[in-house]
Design a protein around this ligand. Structure first.
Ligand code: NAG
Ligand code: NAG
Length: 514
């Protein structure tokens, strides 16, 4: 099954014509010209405005209303990812020292899955959805149509710079929008690659990459939707700017994802899964377990199990391991190192090498709730362990904090798992593993409370980037009945109208929904 899917992909890649040679879009050429001769007439803000204008004009032409146009563009995304796999792997390696294995499994394949899922379901998603009617509208057509929002701004993050840009893009294209994509400047190699590839695989009028401009300049403009992935503080700025135009936003903000390890669980399995998810991409992952709450009784055994996992995964010298990433830049390196030095006691790892932004897979014990490392999302390969005396105490701990993007529980007890499931709130939940829930196209990724708002992935992306328009196509054939609502008002007409339009409670007599 898997093998045949791969061979299909390969065939797919071979049969398609190769793209023309790269040429940067006219807008960026003009931007570069601006930079080189210091002309004051075309500011970055005006370049953004011109790009938006171009997208808006393209959108107005209504080409995206066609299913075939959307399918062609989604196909373009698949080809872009398949035909340039090595370039993506190399760019991710430059930006984050991301191993090929991780680039394929946690970036490229996710984008391909997302695009194929949209291609396979687009026809169904685009259908109007008929709704139940009451007696008064029983002869009318009542339905919802999904209408594109217009021009969407997608702002990607640097931690997974391909999928955090392209997964939302798939949804925006499927729903028929034009898009300005702003990749993070912190993952510059990936951003430049996207900028180079976009015009070769996607319609350049509709889909543009804005990279050399400030987010603040973009936020001045009126978009029809803003999709942002990143930090809490920046998300606040995005929402503030969006409020000015009443632009709807989708915000995917990380947060501190708690991970509870119960005294009864399969400890070696738990340790492997936790270590994998925490140290993947050197911990720079918004769905990673951020800290462990464990039962005091098993703390030492857990540390032992994690020690052997780190050795098994990365060898005695993780700095030499080809399977371990690096901090994205010097500021993040310094920030994470400072967190590590200022909180708890190092029991695993702790080594750093400033010359290549290396921080070893590290576990901290004796961390206090008041320590710096417990204040913000870590986004680095550090795993603090806090002890609690039972699951109730862990639940209370989680409930005291901002609602996280993800919550993880490792336990053999269905009771403990269900206690966390029902008594805590988080964007997503996974028992006995970490991060896996975000790899399914059928489960939305969504924050709640401080971890964000709005849903994406699969059908949820399509809905996020669509306006669901309520439509009634009304008949004029029964005017003898519908005139009852008009003045002069009479009590007898009122009772008839009430009867024809009101709902009754299910099971309490008859229901007038048809
Ligand atoms: C890039 O990283 C710096 C810290 O090094 C941070 O201040 C900035 O907000 C980051 N930019 C983005 C777009 O995430
Ligand atoms: C979680 O893992 C434990 C330990 O392997 C197992 O006993 C339990 O049944 C698992 N829970 C679920 C829901 O599968």
């Amino acid at each position: 099954m898997v093998a045949s899917r791969w061979s299909c992909l390969v065939l797919f890649g071979i049969m398609l014509p190769s793209p023309p040679s790269p040429s940067p879009s006219r807008w960026f050429r003009s931007l570069r010209r601006l930079k080189s001769n210091g002309q004051a007439s075309r500011t970055p803000a005006s370049v953004c405005a011109e790009m938006l204008k171009k997208s808006r004009e393209a959108f107005e032409s209504k080409k995206t209303a066609e299913e075939s146009f959307r399918l062609g563009q989604l196909d373009g995304i698949v080809r872009m990812v398949v035909e340039n796999e090595d370039d993506f792997v190399e760019a991710l390696n430059e930006d984050l020292h991301k191993p090929r294995f991780e680039s394929l499994l946690s970036e490229l394949i996710l984008v391909k899955n997302e695009a194929f899922f949209a291609i396979n379901n687009l026809k169904k998603w685009m259908q109007p959805e008929h709704v139940e009617r009451n007696l008064a509208t029983s002869l009318d057509q009542c339905f919802l149509v999904n209408e594109p929002m217009g021009v969407v701004l997608i702002v990607g993050d640097w931690s997974a710079p391909v999928q955090q840009c392209l997964i939302p893009l798939v949804g925006a294209i499927a729903a028929g929008n034009a898009v300005l994509l702003k990749p993070s400047e912190n993952s510059s190699h990936t951003a430049e690659l996207l900028q180079k590839l976009f015009p070769l695989y996607l319609d350049k009028e509709y889909y543009q990459v804005v990279y050399d401009v400030m987010l603040a300049d973009l936020l001045e403009l009126r978009f029809d939707h803003i999709f942002y992935t990143g930090t809490f503080t920046k998300a606040q700025q995005v929402m503030q700017a969006a409020a000015h135009h009443l632009t709807p936003v989708t915000l995917v903000v990380g947060g501190k994802n708690p991970c509870y390890v119960d005294q009864v669980c399969d400890l070696p399995v738990a340790a492997h899964r936790i270590a994998w998810a925490r140290f993947h991409n050197a911990g720079q992952n918004n769905v990673a377990p951020d800290y462990i709450l464990c039962h005091a009784e098993i703390r030492d055994k857990l540390v032992q199990a994690l020690t052997s996992c780190v050795l098994e995964f990365y060898g005695a010298e993780p700095a030499q391991s080809p399977s371990f990433g690096r901090m994205v830049n010097m500021e993040h390196f310094l920030r994470v190192r400072e967190l590590m030095l200022s909180s708890g006691k190092v029991v695993i790892g702790g080594e750093v090498d400033e010359s290549n932004k290396f921080i070893a897979p590290t576990v901290l014990l004796d961390v206090q709730e008041s320590d710096a490392i417990m204040k913000h999302e870590i986004l680095g390969p550090i795993l603090p362990i806090l002890t609690v005396y039972n699951a109730d105490e862990a639940v209370d701990f989680v409930r005291r904090k901002d609602k996280p993007l993800c919550l993880y529980v490792y336990s053999s007890s269905p009771k403990v798992i269900s206690k966390f499931l029902t008594c805590t709130s988080s964007g997503s939940f996974c028992a006995n593993d970490s991060a896996i829930q975000s790899s399914l196209v059928t489960l939305p990724v969504a924050g709640v409370g401080a971890s964000g708002m709005g849903l994406y992935h699969g059908r949820y992306s399509f809905d996020t980037f669509s306006h669901r328009k309520s439509c009634v196509l009304r008949t004029t054939r029964v005017e003898c009945v519908t005139y009852l609502r008009f003045p002069p008002y009479e009590d007898q007409r009122l009772s008839l109208m009430m009867w024809a339009t009101s709902l009754s409670r299910k099971g309490a007599g008859w229901c007038n929904l048809l």
